[in-house]
Design a protein around this ligand. Structure first.
Ligand code: ADP
Length: 558
């Protein structure tokens, strides 16, 4: 702005100065022109007078005059000229001033030289005898005058420009300074040029409107943040370039990233094919629902395009942690396939054996042997189905909360009594140590749990092995532990033995009537009683499985 004011100022000064010079010189030039004409007129009148009185001899006195004097007769023939030989001069009848003088008594004219450097002014006066006296004088043209004055004009011009520049600079600074000092936050309180008042009022109103809108937007943003931050689902919003505009903490947690992802590409969160496909589909305007597996966790990635005037201007991604559901589904699928398989084996045996008997292919003395086969397989089937029913009851939490005070020591003693025969058959001794301890629990489920633990401890024991059941309390923890001196479980299998149908040695388990569901039932039974299980085992030394209860919650030892 300062530059503009400055330039305009200089331009105005320049134009004014040049105009003044031209006007001034023009006025002066025309003034001196008319002065010259007046002088020529006076001279012509004198000469005419002298010629009338003294005759042609009068011209002798005028020979050395600066002014040119020409005497022309009424036909235009030059009779006398003080600067040239009259006889050699051409006819002057067509000269403007001569024609005018012959017609009106006097005439004027001015003519420029061929180089335009000089102007000759003519004055012609008609005499009583019809002849014409013409006087003329020459002066420089205005351009020559200007050219001659160029140097002073130039000096004046420079002085004026310098002065104008100084003045213009100071002035433009003085004009701009208060404008620069306007407090745009509070425009109404500024007292500067009156002309700016409407503008300042407008800015003031705009300021108010902007701050209102900002506070509205902030309020909405806060509401949005509050809602999204309280969501367990992850939320990410991007623009059309797939750069992140907004996200919540859950989203950061799922993708294990820290803050600072705003304006970065959404693909920095994950570059897997599933994730890229979800983003790509939404970008193309399609809804997408994908399952992404990340660090053994399952995430449902739902992406939706955001439209504005039928154009995709971004995407909204919602991420749900569906690990539990997915894992449950996988387990269920595995369980169903395992159950079918486990049921099929004994059934095939029964079917085959009964078919042989039916076709009369078995001698009478062998029938009891085949019948025992059918009996054993049916027994396995019943045990299996029993276990499946128990497990699914525990799994679906369909057992009513019928809890009562139960003495763990007493119930363990009952279980040991039930397994006495089996232990004797396998040459394994079973003992119980510890104290009486009561917990709130379901006797049927607890009995089932202890039975499975002791049954395994006997089954997977060695000749002359030992099983110890102990009920103790340590560090405010109530412990029921079943230890054996059996074959043990190697570290690779330790974590998996609680899975359904998982057996370390499948054929051995089947041989001794195992279903692969025992420890799974133990796990669910412990969970039903809010207890925690720990397994310690060394191959060929033995296994110890302990069920812990928090004493304060569970009960007490006495
Ligand atoms: P099973 O009906 O086969 O015994 P379980 O679920 O009770 O099924 O046990 C799973 C597997 O864990 C068993 O097949 C066995 O290999 C192993 N196991 C369980 N208890 C013991 C133990 N006390 N000692 C050694 N291995 C054991």
């Amino acid at each position: 702005m300062i530059k503009r004011i400055f330039n305009n100022f200089i331009l105005i000064a320049f134009i004014t100065l040049i105009s003044c010079i031209i006007l001034f010189l023009g006025i002066l030039y025309s003034y001196f022109g008319s002065q010259m004409t007046d002088q020529l007129e006076n001279q012509a009148v004198y000469i005419a007078q002298g010629l009338t009185n003294e005759g042609v001899s009068y011209f002798d006195d005028l020979k050395n005059t600066d002014t040119r004097i020409t005497w022309i007769n009424s036909e235009g023939t030059v009779l006398y000229d003080n600067k040239a030989d009259a006889e050699n001069m051409e006819n002057h009848a067509d000269r403007e001033e001569v024609t005018e003088a012959l017609e009106k008594g006097k005439g004027t004219a001015s003519r420029y030289s061929s180089t335009l450097s000089e102007e000759t002014i003519y004055y012609a006066q008609k005499m009583d005898d019809g002849t014409v006296i013409r006087v003329s004088d020459t002066r420089y043209t205005i351009w020559i005058l200007i050219w001659g004055m160029m140097q002073p004009i130039f000096i004046i011009l420079i002085i004026v420009i310098v002065l104008s520049a100084v003045f213009a600079y100071g002035m433009s600074k003085r004009i701009v300074k208060p404008i620069n000092e306007i407090d745009l936050e509070n425009p109404a309180y500024n007292e500067i040029y009156e002309e700016l008042s409407p503008l300042l009022t407008k800015i003031n109103n705009l300021n108010k409107e902007i701050s209102m809108r900002i506070s509205d937007a902030e309020k909405k943003q806060n509401e949005f943040t509050m809602i999204t931050e309280n969501m367990r689902e992850g939320l990410i919003v991007t623009n059309s370039q797939m750069n992140i505009l907004s996200y919540n903490t859950s989203a950061l947690k799922f993708f294990n990233v820290h803050k600072g992802i705003r304006n970065k590409s959404i693909l920095i969160l994950n570059r897997s094919e599933t994730f890229r496909k979800a983003v790509h589909l939404a970008r193309k305007g399609q809804y997408s629902d994908q399952i992404l597996v990340l660090n053994d966790q399952y995430y449902q990635i739902i992406t939706n395009p955001v439209y504005n005037n039928e154009e995709v201007t971004g995407i909204v991604m919602v991420i749900l942690d569906v690990t539990e559901k997915e894992k449950r589904d996988i387990l269920r699928r595995e369980f169903t396939s395992n159950v079918s398989h486990e049921l099929k084996t004994p059934l095939t045996g029964i079917y085959g054996t009964s078919e042989i008997i039916m076709n009369g292919m078995v001698n009478a003395e062998n029938i009891p042997k085949f019948a025992k086969n059918i009996y054993d397989e049916s027994g396995r089937l019943i045990t299996l189905i029993d276990d499946i029913i128990k497990l699914s009851q525990l799994d679906e939490n369909s057992i009513p909360e019928e809890k009562e005070l139960i003495d763990l020591y007493e119930i363990s003693e009952n279980v040991i009594a039930l397994l006495k025969n089996e232990a004797r058959l396998r040459n394994v001794s079973v003992e119980i140590i510890g104290k009486h301890a009561e917990i709130m629990g379901n006797s049927r489920i607890l009995e089932e749990m202890i039975y499975n633990l002791c049954d395994n401890a006997i089954k997977y024991n060695k000749e002359n092995g030992k099983v110890t059941v102990s009920v103790t309390q340590e560090d405010e923890k109530l412990k029921l532990s079943v230890s054996d001196t059996g074959i043990g479980i190697s570290p690779d299998h330790k974590d998996r033995v609680f899975e359904r149908f998982y057996r370390v040695d499948k054929s051995r388990s089947k041989e001794i009537g195992g279903t692969g569901l025992g420890l799974s039932i133990v796990k669910h039974a412990a969970a039903y009683h809010d207890a925690v299980i720990a397994l310690e085992s060394t191959v060929d030394i033995g296994t110890s499985i302990t069920v812990f209860w928090e004493t304060k919650r569970a009960g007490s030892i006495h």
